[in-house]
Write a new protein. Structure first.
Length: 249
């Protein structure tokens, strides 16, 4: 069996921290390699999905995912660069769509509501299969958010991201920072239930659907163009103002 040296940088080491046997890769490790193995297959065999990788350097040269690993290769694998300009190198991560939209897996219902509350178009169905998620991500140019590393290793995925945090409140911070969308929030534009567009509606048009105290204390109302759910800035939404203000200021 041949061997090569590989090192992961930055957030890519988040994947190795899940497996004690790969913790050495944080500083680099010599590993056994199979003949005719692509660098993409090698990287994913060590737990890192291809959509998290932005640059691969082998023996001082940038390469693509199809590069065949050779004996004694020195491989460095990097996540997205936000400061250093690497335009002259082989950048591997897909260029994000101009409009940032998301699709979330079946375990991310609370994160979905946070994203919609901040004004991000987010597809979610609690019975979606992995294949359906991938198809929606690709056909609608949505970033697939998941905690399932295996799902992100699917070759068909173009836009994908593995959430490091398990707490939904921390996850929303993670997503906003990762995709640099703090200044793109548009609160109260998507329905928290169905992701339909929300519009302002006059009180008198829906007054028969309101409780007496709601009629008395509130005057500004919104309605989902799709499911017709009514919204107003009551106590349940006021609790979310802290979240909104942190990302909209």
């Amino acid at each position: 069996m041949n061997s090569a040296y590989i090192r992961f940088y930055g957030q890519l080491n988040d994947f190795h921290s899940r497996k004690a046997m790969f913790q050495e890769t944080e500083i680099g490790k010599t590993i056994e390699i199979s003949v005719n193995q692509s660098v993409k297959d090698l990287i994913e065999s060590l737990g890192v999905p291809h959509c998290e990788v932005d640059l691969i350097i082998v023996n001082g040269l940038s390469v693509g995912f199809d590069y065949t690993v050779n004996e004694n290769d020195k491989i460095s694998v990097y996540p997205e660069f936000t400061v250093i300009d690497i335009k002259s190198l082989t950048k591997l991560s897909a260029i994000l769509p101009e409009e940032i939209k998301f699709v979330t897996d079946v375990h991310l219902g609370k994160l979905t509501k946070y994203l919609r509350l901040l004004g991000f178009d987010t597809f979610y169905e609690n019975d979606s299969t992995d294949i359906q998620l991938i198809e929606i991500s690709n056909s609608e140019k949505r970033i697939l958010l998941t905690r399932d590393v295996g799902l992100l290793k699917n070759n068909r995925i173009i836009y994908g991201y593995w959430l490091r945090n398990t707490d939904p409140y921390k996850q929303i911070y993670e997503v906003v920072n990762r995709f640099h969308i703090k200044n793109k929030t548009k609160p109260f534009t998507f329905c928290l239930t169905c992701n339909g567009k929300i519009s302002i509606i006059k009180k008198e048009k829906i007054i028969e659907r309101l409780e007496p105290k709601t009629i008395e204390f509130f005057d500004e109302f919104y309605i989902c163009d799709n499911c017709r759910k009514i919204y107003w800035k009551g106590s349940h939404l006021k609790k979310m103002d802290v979240l909104i203000k942190r990302f909209s200021s």
